[in-house]
Design a protein around this ligand. Structure first.
Ligand code: LLP
Length: 386
């Protein structure tokens, strides 16, 4: 036992002045991540649209927009938040299987770059609503490529059983419809196979599938200027201090090696998690340390309402006691919510922990704050970027 190594380097003094629980976003890490993303994607002229769903904290959105990324949105409110944060409308793509008439009309009024359309009835509605505004809507067709992302079932999206996109066989008829519709302009094909993908060979499989599809489209005389490969690049939840950055270099190189873009075609992608996850931690205070019949519990003031990933996906988040550096004990770290699933981590190895200590729940910058709820009438957590 003894002092645990590899703790994050946190501004604990500053934390002591902030009401817990809260999200802390490390601005330096976010900036260096964005620099890396820009440098690696610029090598190939790829366009990166940040997936706003991962974290829509206004300070985070503004910072990401300032690095020249575009935005990937899945609701009308996300489109508006992206524009308010400084993303040019001309860089916004809008996906989702259930876009409402109102969301489509508003996005048309804002002149977004592209609708990623997911079904025939949606194409018809976009065409009709664009006609009402006297506009031509740019659309990409989201194709369900039936490629296995080898990730958690609940965050797999690109298999035949999933609700997303056009089935492969329906792509050509949909493309023909979009080409002849007077208020649609077909500008791309869109894919997204899943999230938290760490086995990057899944992207090679996607490239193979896209190459085949493009050959089929070529043979039918259909060509599009944009290929969007979606998001999904995974991060290292086990060792956030060793691996603060996702494998951006490998990721972008992989597409340059395996995807046969046609002359003049641009590749787009939509990373969310890999941009914001590692810069964020949920900071929580220990309310009680309790000895149960079998286990010792650390009861903290954050709960599944603040970070639902462990309860919803059995997701692992590393936890560190950032105000204690003595000894090491094993605890279950749990929240105060009246649900047995309100557990952050079983058998957590922490420095000896007492009431009043601060814990950092790591890698929580993506799908953390944004998925918070007010269950049990709890306050929503606040996020701070510094
Ligand atoms: N593009 C599309 C069409 C998507 O559906 C998603 C995520 C992304 C991009 C961004 O994927 P990312 O790079 O963040 O993996 N709440 C879950 C993740 C849900 C992901 C949904 N779609 C979680 O906490 O793991």
């Amino acid at each position: 036992m003894g002092k645990l190594s590899l703790k994050g380097d946190f501004p604990v003094d500053k934390f002591q002045t902030i009401q817990t629980p809260f999200y802390y976003y490390d601005e330096r890490l976010l900036r260096s991540t964005l620099q890396t993303v820009r440098a690696e994607s610029d090598k190939y002229g790829y366009k990166v649209h940040y997936a706003v769903k991962a974290n829509a904290n206004p300070d985070i959105l503004r910072l990401i927009a300032s690095y020249g990324l575009g935005a990937d949105c899945v609701s009308g409110n996300e489109v508006q938040a992206a524009i308010a944060a400084g993303f040019p409308a001309s860089s916004i793509v809008f996906a989702g299987v259930g876009k409402t008439d109102r969301e489509i009309s508003d996005a048309l009024s804002s002149d977004i770059f592209c609708f990623n359309a997911e079904s025939m009835p949606e194409l018809e509605v976009i065409n009709n609503l664009a006609a009402l505004q006297g506009k031509v809507a740019r659309v990409a067709l989201r194709v369900n490529p039936n490629v296995d992302a080898h990730t958690h079932k609940k965050i797999t999206t690109g298999l035949n059983e999933n609700k997303f996109g056009f089935a492969l066989d329906d792509l050509l008829p949909a493309a023909r419809f979009a080409i002849q519709a007077s208020h649609l302009q077909l500008i791309g094909i869109h894919f997204h196979i899943g999230s938290q993908i760490t086995d990057l060979s899944a992207y090679e499989d996607l490239c193979v599938r896209i190459n085949e599809l493009q050959d089929t489209l070529d043979a039918q005389g259909v060509s599009v200027p944009n290929i969007n490969v979606g998001g999904g690049l995974g991060i290292n939840y086990e060792h956030p201090n060793h691996f603060p950055m996702a494998e951006f270099e490998t990721y972008f190189r992989l597409f340059s090696q395996h995807l046969r873009l046609r002359p003049g075609q641009t590749l787009h992608c939509e990373p969310g998690r890999s941009i914001v996850a590692q810069c964020g931690s949920l900071i929580t205070r220990v309310t009680y340390v309790k000895q149960g019949a079998q286990k010792r519990f650390v009861i903290v003031d954050a709960g599944m309402t603040d970070l639902i990933r462990p309860a919803l996906y059995d997701a692992y988040h590393r936890i560190e006691n950032i105000t204690s550096d003595t000894g090491e004990e094993i605890y279950d770290v749990v929240g105060p919510i009246c649900e047995s699933s309100d557990v952050f981590l079983e058998n957590a190895h922490l420095n000896v922990t007492s009431r009043g200590d601060l814990l950092a729940i790591r890698s929580a910058g993506a799908y953390g704050e944004i998925m918070a709820s007010r269950y049990n009438l709890r306050n929503l957590p606040v996020g701070y970027l510094f």
